[in-house]
Every structure is written in C-alpha cells, then in structure tokens.
Design a protein around this ligand. Structure first.
Ligand code: IFM
Length: 475
C-alpha cells in the first residue's frame, strides 16, 4: 500500500546537478484552436468527432486553450520552479498537408512558446509526433504506408531548421507502441483501425520514420542538440515462474518492447518476434534492405514513459482482465501474435485509470535499460490520474498524486544509485487535459483546470513538487 505523505515532505535522496525537473504535455491534449492559423485536421480531430469514439463525445477543439493562454501557463511553470518542459509540436499546425513548406502562423506559435520558456529559464524539449498525424496522410495510407516515414523525416528536417536555434532536446516519437497497436490493431485510438497486419506495418514505418528523422535532425541541428525517443516500455512480469507464464512474458516483451528497442538500438528485429507474427505479415517484404541501418541511427538519450507494471500469464493460469493492460481496448486485441496472453493487476492499489501503483517497475526498467543499452536516460512521462475535487475554499488537495510522484522519484533515485545515468524527470502532466478516449473524465494534472472557465489552480501535488525541485530532491 502506498503511504500518503504530508504535503511538505520532499523526496529524500539526491539527484545529480543539472537534473531536468520537468513536466510534460502534448499538443492535441492542451492546445485547442484546432482550426486557427491554417491548422488542418489530424487523425485525432477526425476520431474524436466520430460518435462513440471518446467518452461524452469529448474532443480537443478547445482543450485547455493553451494556444491562447501559453504565456499564463509558462508563468505557472516558472512559479513552480520547473527547469524543463516537454511539449509536442502539432504536425498539422505547422505542415498542414503533411508535406511541403511549413506554415508561418504555426511556426510563430512555437517560436513564441519557446521564447517564453527560455525567458523564464525553462529548457524546452520538443516531441515531433505525439499522435496527431495530418488526416491527409492517413487518407494516403497512414503509418501502415511506407511513404509516411519519409513525410515524417521531411517534417522533422523543416521543423529543426525553423526551431533548432532554441530547442536543445528533440524527441522523435511519443509511444510508437500506442500509435501502432492502439491506433491500428485495437482501434481504441485514432485512426481507429483494427487490422493486426497493418499495426505491424505501422510499427516498422514508425521505426523507419524515427531513424530517418534522426538523420534529418542531425543534419539540421547544431552539434549540441540531444536526440531522443519516448517509449512506453512495458515492465513485463510473469505471474509465476512457470515456463508457460515466462513464455507469455516473452511474447509481450517482444511485441510490446523489443519491436521498438531492437530496431532502434540494435539494428535488428528479434527472431522470436518475427516468428510470433510471421502468420500476420511478411517481414521480408516489409523491411527493405538498408532499413535497419536507418532505424538504428544513434540517439543521445533514451526516454522512458512509465505508469504501471504489466503482469501476465498463460491463458490457462488466471482470469483475463476485461480491459487489457488497462489501456481501454475494445474487442480487437492490441497484442498481435500474443492475443491469448492473460493480463493481471499487479496489486489492488490503483489510480483512477485502474492502473496499479508500483514504483519498482520504474526503477527496474531504468536499471535494465542502463545495463542493456548504456545510454543516458530521461523519464519523459510519469504521473497518475485521480478523481480530484475542488474544496469549498477553492484549493485542490491531492495527496494520492503527491504520494505517487514522491514514490516514483524515489524509484528514479534508486536507479541512479544503482548506476543508471538518469538526466531528468518530466511529470505527466502539467495540467489536466484531454485524455484521449477518456476525454476530460480523467485528470492527470498537477494543475487543476476548471473546464467551464479555464481557471488554472495548482493542486497540493504541484506545491509539493515545487518544494522538491527547490531542494533538488534532497532531504
Ligand atoms: O495522456 C497520455 C499521454 O498522451 C501519453 N502517455 C500516457 C498518458 C496517460 O495516459
């Protein structure tokens, strides 16, 4: 059971100097202004406007109106003492047709945002793709089509030329697992397609797009720029030591994790993954000569998004969770080639998403990544949704979120103590926002949003985080 701390108890252990104390957001979840400045629809505009796709029919049309209120939001970050901020660039805002020259109003917005951050001493980290593919590119085939990888590299190159003088850290993709499998296999995310083979094709083209973008970014950016990718690696645990449960864990690790880490960091697809999925896709045709040299172009930092561990067993060894891995899937499996694996709750201490709270998954994963790849690491997302309420005096007291963040920062400190070179922590999320298929029903922010008035109120977790940053995580 996670203990609830008093609000002013800081994380106990030291973090390296220069550690990035950040928060993260994504364009479609916060910006709103979806038709301003020449922005065109992304797959998430189309999806969220399709009846039945999101809770209450919620869309990102207004979101938290960050497009118009970004100065206020940056001031809020500065007041909290954040030293770093991870945001995403909306592809359809700056390259509305998904190809060709960039749009001036779109660039102006991100120039103004980054200027404001730098003026307040906050270091920006830009994610190029946090799920908002221009609809025009989806109409041309989306990520299952190889050309999308080349379009992504072109967008990356042009964006780096335009903003490279002010953004030191660039993240190519956010959670390509979600883009490929939630979007094209389970259909729970945009574009809502349900074809396992297309999902595997999407995964390869995301890997290729990442590698091509890394090449394009290196060519366009100053040598000091740091390149990364944010992966939501599943901290997979077999439910028991039985061989069949370990086999279930291997399968999920293959299609949940190694389908991205192996091509990106080792220049190969692992044989067991190819075997598990051979009945779905012809990998020899999908992967062209030279692709794996592209996908594995060196990066400088590896970004981990961590929320909860994933406990699995063979189907015979336990009940199945109705919503696989708590990711809100429908009737189509999100796990091509591993459809019959059973998922279990790691424990009963869960967030409002139903995701188990277990910080050891974070320290274990950071330590394992350090040993396997030896790269500097960033926690590019970590945080929790809870059902927050506003007190009569207008404050929002969220001790569960404070406990979650504190315990996960302790886990980061454990990994650092075990030798992992962790350079920063970006709390998800700065503000309550549009939580994809869940609409506005789930609140992940350390800043509360009153959606009727757009009033921002830092929750008690924000004050706690601010104090921890002020002390550098030291007791
Ligand atoms: O809100 C999302 C974010 O966009 C990607 N990572 C997980 C978060 C919580 O579900």
């Amino acid at each position: 059971m996670t203990t609830v701390p008093s609000d002013n108890r800081p994380a106990r252990r030291p973090f390296p100097s220069g550690f990035a104390w950040g928060a993260a957001t994504a364009a479609y979840q916060i910006e709103g202004a979806t038709t301003e400045g020449g922005r065109t629809p992304s797959i998430w505009d189309t999806f969220s406007h399709t009846p039945g796709r999101t809770e209450n029919g919620d869309t990102g049309d207004t979101a938290v109106d960050h497009y118009h209120r970004f100065r206020e939001d940056v001031r809020l970050m500065a007041d909290l003492g954040l030293t770093a901020y991870r945001f995403s660039i909306a592809w359809p805002r700056i390259q509305p047709t998904g190809r060709g020259p960039l749009s001036q109003p779109g660039l102006d917005f991100y120039r103004a945002l980054t200027d404001e951050l730098l003026e307040h001493g906050i270091t920006p980290a830009a994610t190029l793709y946090h799920w908002d593919l221009p609809q025009e590119l989806e109409d041309a085939g989306g990520w299952p089509a190889r050309d999308t990888a080349y379009r992504f590299a072109e967008y990356a190159a042009l964006t780096a030329e335009a903003l490279g003088d002010r953004v030191p850290t660039w993240i190519t993709l956010n959670e390509p697992w979600c883009s490929a499998f939630m979007g094209y296999a389970a259909g729970a995310h945009a574009p809502g397609r349900t074809d396992a083979a297309d999902a595997l094709r999407a995964a390869h083209h995301l890997n290729l797009g990442h590698g091509l973008a890394v090449g394009a970014l290196r060519a366009a950016l100053p040598a000091s720029a740091r390149l990364s990718v944010s992966l939501n690696l599943h901290a997979v645990r077999p439910r028991s030591d039985r061989p069949e449960d370990r086999e279930a864990a291997r399968r999920i690790d293959a299609v949940g994790n190694r389908i991205f880490t192996s091509p990106m960091l080792k220049g190969r697809y692992d044989d067991d993954l190819l075997k598990d999925t051979a009945h779905l896709v012809d990998w020899d045709t999908l992967v062209h000569d030279g692709d794996l040299a592209e996908t594995s172009r060196p990066i400088d930092l590896l970004g981990l998004n961590y929320y909860a561990p994933t406990v699995v067993s063979s189907p015979a060894n336990g009940e199945r969770l109705p919503r696989e891995d708590g990711h809100g899937t429908g009737s189509h499996s999100v796990w091509p080639g591993a459809e019959d694996v059973a998922f279990h709750r790691a424990n009963e201490d869960v967030t409002a998403m139903g995701w188990p709270i277990d910080p050891t998954g974070l320290s274990d994963t950071l330590t394992a990544l350090h040993h396997e790849f030896g790269l500097p690491l960033l926690v590019t997302e970590n945080g929790a949704a809870f059902d927050d309420t506003v007190s009569p005096d207008g404050t929002v007291h969220d001790p569960e979120r404070t406990a979650y963040v504190r315990d996960h920062l302790e886990a980061v400190a454990d990994a650092i103590a075990a030798g992992a070179d962790v350079r920063g922590y970006y709390l998800w999320s700065l503000m309550d926002n549009f939580e994809w298929g869940y609409g506005y029903s789930k609140r992940f922010g350390i800043v509360h949003i009153d959606y009727a008035t757009q009033k921002r109120t830092p929750k008690s977790s924000a004050h706690w985080y601010s104090e921890a940053i002020r002390r550098g995580g030291l007791d």
